[in-house]
Design a protein around this ligand. Structure first.
Ligand code: ADP
Length: 483
């Protein structure tokens, strides 16, 4: 048993049903793979629709008790969970690297980021303010209070197995909602490890269920159709998000959708080029490019495109793709064979249309779903990778002439999650930040996520915000009391 697989043996592979470990109703399990070795690392309980309905029964039964639990107590449980995740950071980092593939350094960064939502929302739990006012007509008082919307169903993706969970679970619990989490089938172990943290932190019975499954829709559709469920929060592809909004529509179920992106990364002539290259590496290569905020298109003004692309190419060519737990690795594998084929297909499409490969552009021999860190330039306008989310370590550099051209190119997408740009001119920074159509803008920054800031998109990137003071609002209803 290697060090990596031994961490898997420490995680319970049962379901968490209202805070207790149980086997799946069917007794079935499904395999979890290490994308670096393509080996099975565990067999995890495979939740069925019956398990889902049991979890919803508990979430419904305990909703009012949890809502009535003093905010201070809810906050303290979250704070305790934060401290336990920090104390077990090495274990979390190892399990994330094992089932998702990113480097241990990146996994540690995710653990710190993911834990931060627990701390942030433990602090927000005690600040759920309403308001009080006098009706303008002088005929009454207006009292507005906030009440938990719960029970909640959270569906999370594989790319940040811990953080995508904590940024839903923490605000839901802080708001007083019970919650059922369905983690991605590729990465259920991290969430199961988090289940133990909440049990150890003293979360009461019935409040949290974690249900891995190999058949997502079979589990979630009956829950979405059940009148006891009051809220759906989803992070994943735009395609699946639309299906879920459709399923939710006939019940008018409240939904939050954090969907795909196609982030532009714009470098103006007056930028600090070395800083822009650092930012591009972070925005593009972090998580192997497998982030919805990943820079998908690098738009660089003609005066600096040569210098920028040369420096970027040197940096990317020096990156080593390999297993996440190896100290020499700078970039881990893609999550699975399909994802790697999609990346290869987009690169092949671009080169077939005339794009130039500056470095990379090939699959690295396995085992493991590795793809060489890649820089492409001279990208033709109709290349698919300018329109579609690459979700891989491929930097596509495109030139532009004027500021207006740069903004127009950046906004030429139906998505609107993140956008980045580099300039040293303050007036331009304000002008461009105002002009970019996206929920989040990084100015001279390649990484923008922060538990204290509202994360989310517009247009085809979805709606709702996670983190910040806005994040908890997704789990609250507003009640007006006329006095
Ligand atoms: P990705 O491309 O990142 O895998 P998906 O949107 O396919 O994104 O998956 C994100 C999450 O949504 C995962 O937990 C997955 O199991 C779940 N999922 C996928 N399809 C459905 C569906 N039809 N109903 C409910 N959940 C789904």
């Amino acid at each position: 048993m290697t060090a990596a697989t031994s961490i898997a043996a420490t995680v319970s592979t049962n379901l968490w049903l209202g805070g207790r470990q149980v086997r799946a109703e069917s007794g079935a399990t499904f395999p979890v793979y290490d994308p670096s070795s393509e080996q099975i690392v565990a067999h995890v309980a495979d939740a069925t629709a019956e398990d889902g309905l049991k979890a919803l029964g508990l979430a419904h039964r305990y909703q009012s008790a949890w809502a009535a639990t003093p905010a201070r107590s809810r906050a303290e449980i979250l704070r305790c969970a934060f401290e336990l995740v920090c104390r077990r950071a090495d274990d979390f980092a190892e399990i994330i690297t094992l089932e998702m593939g990113k480097t241990l350094a990146e996994s540690h960064a995710e653990v710190a980021y993911g834990a931060e939502f627990l701390r942030w929302f433990s602090e927000e739990a005690v600040r759920l303010h309403g308001r009080y006012g006098t009706a303008p007509g002088g005929n009454g008082r207006i009292v507005v209070s906030k009440i938990p919307v719960g029970p909640v169903l959270a569906i999370t993706p594989w790319n940040f197995p811990l953080a995508m969970g904590t940024r839903k679970i923490a605000p839901a619990l802080a708001a007083g909602c019970t919650i059922i989490v369905k983690p991605a089938e590729e990465t259920p172990m991290t969430m199961l490890m988090l289940g133990q943290v909440f049990a150890d932190a003293g979360l009461p019975e019935g409040v949290l269920s974690i249900l891995p499954t190999s058949r997502a829709a079979a589990l979630t559709a009956p829950l979405i159709n059940d009148s006891r469920l009051r809220k759906l929060t989803f992070t994943g592809s735009t395609e699946v998000g639309k299906v879920l909004v459709g399923e939710s529509a006939h019940r008018l179920l409240r939904t939050s959708m954090e969907l795909g992106g196609n982030a532009p990364f714009v470098v103006f002539d007056d930028a600090d080029i070395d800083a822009a290259v650092d930012g591009a590496i972070a925005a593009k290569m972090r998580n192997g490019g497998q982030a919805c905020t990943a820079a998908n298109r690098l738009h660089v003004q003609r005066g600096v495109i040569g210098e920028f692309t040369d420096k970027l190419t040197t940096r990317v060519a020096a990156m080593i793709a390999g297993p996440g737990d190896s100290p020499t690795t700078s970039i881990g594998p893609l999550i699975n064979a399909d994802q790697r084929e999609m990346v290869a297909e987009l690169v092949d499409d671009a080169t077939a249309r005339g794009a130039r490969i500056r470095t990379g552009g090939y699959r690295v021999d396995g085992p493991g779903y590795f793809y060489a860190p890649t820089v492409l330039d001279q990208i033709p306008r109709h290349a698919r990778l300018l329109r579609e989310e690459i979700f891989g370590p491929v930097a596509a550099v495109v030139g532009f002439d004027t500021e207006e051209d740069g903004i127009e190119a950046a906004n030429d997408t139906e998505y609107g999650l993140a956008a980045y740009f580099y300039t040293q001119d303050l007036d331009r920074a304000l002008r461009v930040a105002d002009s970019l159509h996206s929920g989040m803008v990084g100015v001279n920054r390649g990484v923008i996520s922060d538990a204290a800031a509202p994360f989310g998109g517009i247009n085809q990137s979805g709606f709702g915000r996670e983190g910040g003071i806005e994040g908890i609002g997704e789990y609250l209803d507003t009640k007006y009391i006329a006095l």
